[in-house]
Write a protein that binds this ligand. Structure first.
Ligand code: NIG
Ligand code: FE
Length: 423
């Protein structure tokens, strides 16, 4: 029998309606329905509208009913940039940074990404899955229903593949949907020191075919940064990956402005991420080419860097997505409430822009805007019930999650008021 669910009597349903990225001024529009209800059949949204209209046409007894009186409903949040599968931790580096060391200094001394790479090499596939599961559960508690996850802590054939296989397993056993990104060019490993170009060739010739032949990733990403991979090296890798069917993403202009945003536009990337130092020209080109600007304020906060110029980027007509960048180094957090606080208080994004950036635009940043990211008929039933009556409360409860229930694929997978999630 079909799983039929009625969510009724919501004070507000914030639909974020649409099936593509919302650019510039369009990010202000949330498409709110008041006194509203939703019907779900199996894992799909069948109908959304005014409670009166919805209830007129159905027999309530045929449905599992969730009463959302005095609540606000939004689409599930999508965390479109994370590094959630890794071995070991780097709490010591947090301390070093508090004492004044910079992220790049720590990386040059063999810490940073290399340190996590060493630990990830040692971890078994099962260990990576086990720690990944805990992080996914934590994400769900903040209302995340889909997540993007990158490799990049292998920097060799076997470990990159092991990370991607761990993600595949996680996707199979956890309700969360995981979009997989190959980030083999995340750092230059010690054996290739001073030979980043040769490392890129190694990835293109040896690792990339293994990834695509086994269908282990949808995207290819690269850390396009001064003293890591140049624009030329990044272009070469991403184009080779495109030929094998992988869509492009970039860590672009995070620490030094080297033209990452321009490259993203040139090669038709799905998203360019970080962008703390992106040029005006680069941003305008991204707007023109529909490249989503994925901003990661948690990382700027944690590294005590200036925030990306969200206002300028939106006012230039770009689509902005927000994500945690959850990783063991530059930003160890799954906290969506932290991201919401930083976006609204320090990046001057409005509440409406912030919610679109975590839903429909985040869906666009993983090329899924036709299936998720909004409460529209025919989309996946990935839905949050918040414990307050309007969306204004979401940032107002600073640093605290307002999410009361998480509905994923039509099933309740998190309930704040119950000890255990139920299906
Ligand atoms: O997005 N910038 C490069 N990569 C990650 C950090 C990874 C790490 O430090 O482990 C980032 O910030
Ligand atoms: Fe990242």
């Amino acid at each position: 029998m079909a799983n039929k669910v009625l969510i009724k009597n919501a004070n507000q349903i914030v639909t974020c309606s649409g099936n593509k990225q919302k650019k510039g001024k369009d990010m202000k529009e949330l498409h709110v329905i008041t006194d509203a209800s939703i019907i779900i059949h199996d894992n799909i949204i069948k109908k959304v509208g005014k409670t009166n209209d919805i209830l007129k046409n159905i027999k309530e007894k045929d449905y599992k009913v969730i009463n959302a009186k005095d609540k606000c409903i939004t689409p599930g949040f999508i965390d479109s940039h994370t590094h959630l599968v890794f071995g070991g931790y780097r709490a010591d580096e947090y301390n070093m940074r508090l004492a004044g060391a910079s992220y790049m200094e720590i990386m040059k001394q063999g810490g940073g990404i290399q340190s996590t790479t060493n630990a990830t090499k040692k971890a078994s596939l099962d260990e990576l899955v086990e720690s990944g599961l805990k992080r996914l559960d934590s994400m769900v508690s903040f209302g995340v229903t889909s997540v993007e996850s990158k490799s990049g802590y292998g920097l060799d054939l076997d470990t990159e593949i092991k990370q991607l296989k761990a993600m595949k397993r996680l996707d199979e056993i956890h309700p969360m949907d995981i979009s997989k990104t190959f980030l083999g060019a995340h750092a230059v490993p010690p054996e290739y020191k001073g030979r980043a170009d040769e490392f890129i060739d190694f990835i293109i010739e040896t690792v990339l075919p293994e990834v695509t032949n086994n269908n282990l990733a949808e995207f290819c990403d690269v850390f396009c940064e001064k003293n890591v991979f140049s624009v030329e090296e990044s272009r070469k890798l991403l184009k080779a990956a495109q030929k094998l069917g992988l869509k492009s993403k970039l860590h672009a202009d995070e620490i030094v402005r080297i033209g990452g945003a321009e490259l993203a536009a040139e090669i038709g990337a799905i998203s360019a991420d970080h962008l703390l130092r992106a040029s005006d020209e680069g941003i305008k080109l991204m707007a023109k080419e529909d490249v989503v600007a994925t901003l990661l304020p948690g990382t700027a906060f944690s590294l005590k860097e200036e925030y990306a110029r969200a206002r300028y980027i939106i006012d230039s007509g770009c689509a902005v997505a927000l994500a945690t960048d959850m990783n063991p180094g530059s930003c160890f957090t799954e906290s969506i409430p932290l991201i919401i606080a930083l976006a609204t208080l320090y990046m001057n994004m409005s509440i409406e822009e912030t919610i679109n950036a975590l839903t429909i635009n985040a869906a666009a940043a993983i090329d899924r805007a036709k299936e998720i990211g909004s409460i529209d008929e025919g989309k996946k039933a990935d839905i949050l019930i918040h414990e307050f009556p309007t969306y204004n409360y979401i940032p107002y409860h600073i640093g605290v999650s307002t999410v009361e229930k998480v509905i994923k694929d039509g099933k309740v997978i998190f309930d704040k008021n119950k000890d255990e999630a139920y299906a």
